[in-house]
Design a protein around this ligand. Sequence first.
Ligand SMILES: *[C@@H]1O[C@H](CO)[C@@H](O)[C@H](O)[C@H]1NC(C)=O
Ligand SMILES: *[C@@H]1O[C@H](CO)[C@@H](O)[C@H](O)[C@H]1NC(C)=O
Length: 301
Amino acid sequence: MIANITFFGIMAPVFTIFNQDFSVNTERIPDYAHYLLDAGINAILVAGSTGEGTSLSLQERKNLTEAWAEAVKKTSQSLMIQVGGGPFPDVVELARHADSLGVDAILTLPELYFKPKKTQELISYLKFVSAAAPNTPLFYYHYPTQSGVNIDMGEFLEQANGQIPNLKGIKYTSSDLAGGHAALRAANGKYTIIIGGEAVIEPALALGFTSAMAGAINMFPRYVREMFDTIQHNKLEIAAELQRNLTEITNIVSQYGAKIAGLKLAMNLFTPINVGLARPPLQNPSPYKIEEIKKRLEPFL
Ligand SMILES: *[C@@H]1O[C@H](CO)[C@@H](O)[C@H](O)[C@H]1NC(C)=O
Ligand SMILES: *[C@@H]1O[C@H](CO)[C@@H](O)[C@H](O)[C@H]1NC(C)=O
């Protein structure tokens, strides 16, 4: 039986913690889960873009999934695992593994080399992933600027309806809000569309999105929480200011290397959880710039 789970509200895509030699550290995961819980975050995505999922080996991803599955037993947070972006047999294996651990949902990128060009090709791929995790709600990860796959998500939901038994929604990481709105209408309450990324959370919420996920939520959760509140209470000027600030934060962390590396630095500077550096090929900010980045981000705390 597939749980009728829908994700609402604020989700944190978690960083993968690396040791100094860039091996994966799973020991700090219980503290990380508790830190997020204290920050009001009840849903977590592992091995997404923020989690550098595509930079991890199959065994590392399994270890990470097991450690988070164990940690959320104590915190009761919802757990979504990103299984895609690897060779097809690995994706199937990760889906099966996540299913066997009873996680709340899996999320998958499309095939990144033999990219689907037609909606039905994407549906066929997702059917295989779905069959490997028959007891777990499945979400599709739409992130065209990274994956290079830009299938129309409204059309996708219309065609997928009934074809993928456990499809529950989409993580929609794109600033194309017309396309997002079309997906929302096609979802018609049956699927959850999660807005991904920092750039357009406020307009997405105003359009009717009910769920948001972005790396900056890890260390600046209040911006997104207050966006939900202010939009609900029609305080649109404040909502717009919150979005401006969140966008400015993202611009700052992106100026010194890879955005994810900048976010990891911000996490290390402003929270009790040390997530280490980003793994190559991502570029980390130069140590000489750390003070400058800190000074520029501090006004937003
Ligand atoms: C996975 O976890 C096992 C058990 O803790 C450990 O021995 C192994 O080194 C880990 N593998 C990787 C690739 O991190
Ligand atoms: C936006 O950031 C500025 C600092 O640059 C701060 O003074 C202001 O209070 C922030 N606005 C909100 C709504 O958090």
